[in-house]
Ligand binder design. Structure first.
Ligand code: WTA
Length: 654
């Protein structure tokens, strides 16, 4: 971590106190911190009572074999029942669960809880007909349409862990995830809408299935396809149309309760090596923490709030704060299929106005983009319904935070900057909207029930005013249980740096008041528009191109996306200078291998890479070049002239 960055951060004089009426009626008050501190497990016990259990647990936490935790031991429940059935049983069947807004204007649908229940039951019956049983894995590769949520809940209902793969990922990425978790069924759509045009998904599934067939014939038995755009799709004997199979099924389905530790889903995320990690979340603890945090951090009032989380369901934020948390809390949510700029740059604000959204949860990269587009765009819409704003995914710069609060929130609306990860399953560090005097740029302190700290290299807690590594010191209910099929990597990645502590991979600082400032990843993971990408994964993609001999990838600062991917590539001698389109060719290749989000912003063809004597690439120096800084200390390089070659190449290229 850079010392100047550290010193500059955390000197923030602005404070935003909670609005008086919010504070007076807040779901979580300052007492919650005390209750949780007095008896953390009793606190979590009470949070688990938000859910409906078929069999109660007899032990809150079994931590006898760390870091393998068991929460709510002996308890049994069904996640889909908790998200849907119980609300209908309680008389809220006619309440809207989702205001779905398709990308084409006017293409909308309101789905009530009773409709959601019927569709989930039909889908569960359909999956049963396809042979899906408790424990079987199902991959979901979909656009943002109601059937995606239905598919997830149908899997949960059957106890069949789902793995949702972001629709922007490539066929290769989908295939590797399907193979890693052994999915028998893939649920997909012909396509979705992107900026006014249908964008196909099914061809990528066909390609992925061909790949899985080559490696593990017969693994994927069925592909269930929703017709969304009406595009032509090729048909194979594995394919079944959703409207043929699901629509005719009975609208009732008796669900079974599963053990609290029954796997709910696997979500793949980038790690420090090229191979994505399958983060495993289980049922009882995960749903408890998703429901508790969604209710507490967003101060949710289910009777009156209209909540909108803009994340794609293909990311963990979509899982915890678009599906599981909100539905467990009987929320009315907006679900939007499209992009912020189609058909115009005020689309989001129009949706806020039309549906009178009260709580908005989005990412700094989107906020910075809106800032760039100008205040006059949101000013055209009535945003007065908003009473709470949330941010997630990367550090939010104080200026973006203040802009969000002022321009979108009208100056009175609290902003909760929520820190968490795919691995943590739920928000861990955040202001409480009715309690905290929030500082722009700081995620403040751990929420009640969570033990977070900043430690130094030795694992000792740092004093206020100092920086170090962000850790969690006590287990929490929505913690990842392991990496799918790889207990060893789970222990090594998260639990072996310091005894008894979860290492999050982020650097952080405690300011003079002890409030936390998350600085970003300290490992080889980049954060581009709030999406985690591993440098190694992109390097491997580049090296798999026949013209490439070696590649080094760094994340460099970018005003809009937080970080951007910058690649240095050495070509094979047989490739000569690579040809006039080499940069485009390589960018497209990365998009094909991983997905468009991983496309390098910049690719520099270089003769050499800076390496230490032991052969480790010195990314720090490459970052200096990419960010146009004077190149730092080169004394540990095996050949110190290399940087001159690279810098010279860079300046002649720009
Ligand atoms: C970063 C997304 C600063 C962090 C929920 C973390 C943040 C990674 C914040 C997890 C925040 C997330 N402030 N940094 N409020 N929220 N991050 O797994 O580096 O996609 O480790 O989960 O995003 O990304 P993931």
């Amino acid at each position: 971590m850079n010392d100047t960055t550290l010193a500059n951060l955390g000197h923030e004089a602005r404070r935003f106190a909670p609005p008086a009426d919010l504070a007076a009626n807040a779901n979580l008050t300052a007492a919650a911190y005390e209750e949780a501190a007095a008896d953390r497990l009793a606190f979590w016990h009470r949070q688990a009572e938000r859910l409906t259990w078929q069999t109660p647990w007899h032990q809150v936490l079994d931590w006898s074999n760390p870091p393998f935790a068991k929460w709510f031991v002996g308890g049994r429940l069904n996640a889909a029942y908790n998200c849907v059935d119980r609300h209908v049983e309680a008389g809220a069947g006619e309440k809207v669960a989702f205001h779905w807004v398709g990308e084409p204007e006017g293409d909308t649908r309101d789905i009530t809880y009773v409709q959601l229940l019927e569709e989930v039951c039909q889908a569960a019956n359909a999956l049963t007909e396809l042979g899906v049983r408790a424990g079987d894995r199902v991959a979901i590769y979909m656009p943002m349409i109601p059937e995606t949520v239905v598919a997830m809940l149908a899997c949960a209902r059957l106890g069949a862990p789902h793995t949702v793969v972001f629709g922007g990922f490539s066929a290769d990425a989908l295939a590797s995830r399907v193979l890693d978790c052994g999915a028998r069924v893939i649920i997909t759509a012909d396509g979705g809408y992107r900026r006014g045009a249908p964008s196909a998904l099914k061809p990528a599934v066909d390609e992925a299935v061909a790949k899985t067939e080559a490696e593990q014939p017969g693994l994927v038995e069925h592909v269930l396809v929703v017709r969304r755009t009406g595009q032509d799709v090729s048909r194979s004997d594995k394919d079944v149309w959703w409207h043929d199979l699901v629509a005719g099924q009975p609208t009732t389905h008796t669900c079974e309760a599963f053990d609290a530790e029954h796997p709910l889903y696997v979500m793949y995320t980038s790690g420090t090596t090229g191979k994505p990690k399958g983060i495993l979340h289980t049922t009882g603890g995960y749903l408890t923490a998703a429901a508790y945090t969604h209710w507490g951090v967003f101060d949710l009032k289910p009777e009156t709030d209209v909540y909108w989380c803009t994340a794609d369901v293909g990311w963990v934020t979509g899982h915890s704060y678009l599906v599981y948390g909100p539905l467990a809390n009987q929320t009315t949510s907006v679900l939007y299929e499209g992009t912020p700029d189609f058909p115009h740059r005020g689309r989001w604000w129009e949706i806020v106005q039309d549906y009178k959204v009260t709580i908005l949860y989005t990412a700094p990269t989107a906020i910075r983009t809106f800032m760039k587009w100008g205040d006059e765009i949101p000013a055209k819409f009535d945003l007065s319904s908003l009473r709470l704003l949330g941010s997630v995914g990367e550090p939010i710069n104080p200026e973006a935070y203040v802009w969000y609060r002022e321009t979108i929130g009208g100056g009175e609306t609290p902003v909760v900057d929520t820190w968490w990860q795919t691995e943590t399953g739920a928000i861990m560090i955040s202001p409480l909207p009715g309690v905290t005097n929030a500082k722009p740029g700081s995620a403040m302190i751990p929420i009640p029930g969570v033990a977070a700290d900043v430690v130094n290299d030795e694992g000792t807690s740092v004093p206020d005013g100092s920086g170090g590594y962000l850790v969690l010191k006590e287990p929490w209910p929505s913690m990842l249980r392991t990496l799918w099929g790889d207990d060893e990597r789970f222990v090594e990645t998260y639990w072996s740096r310091w005894k008894g502590m979860y290492f999050a991979g982020d650097g952080a600082k405690k300011d003079e008041d002890g409030d936390l400032w998350v600085l970003g990843r300290v490992d080889d993971v980049m954060n581009v528009s709030g999406h985690r990408l591993s440098t190694t994964e992109i390097e491997s993609a580049l090296v798999s191109h026949h013209k490439v001999a070696e590649a080094a990838v760094v994340g460099v600062s970018d005003d809009t996306t937080g970080q951007a991917v910058c690649a240095y590539v050495i070509l094979r001698s047989a490739a000569g200078d690579g040809g006039p389109d080499i940069v485009k060719e390589l960018r497209d290749h990365v998009a094909k291998e991983i997905g468009a989000i991983a496309k390098p912003r910049q690719i520099m063809i270089v003769p050499e890479l800076p390496k230490t004597r032991s052969g480790k690439i010195m990314r720090r120096l490459l970052r200096d070049v990419a960010e146009n800084r004077a190149v730092g200390d080169v004394s540990t390089l095996a050949d110190s002239t290399v940087m001159n070659l690279i810098s010279a190449g860079q300046s002649s290229a720009t």
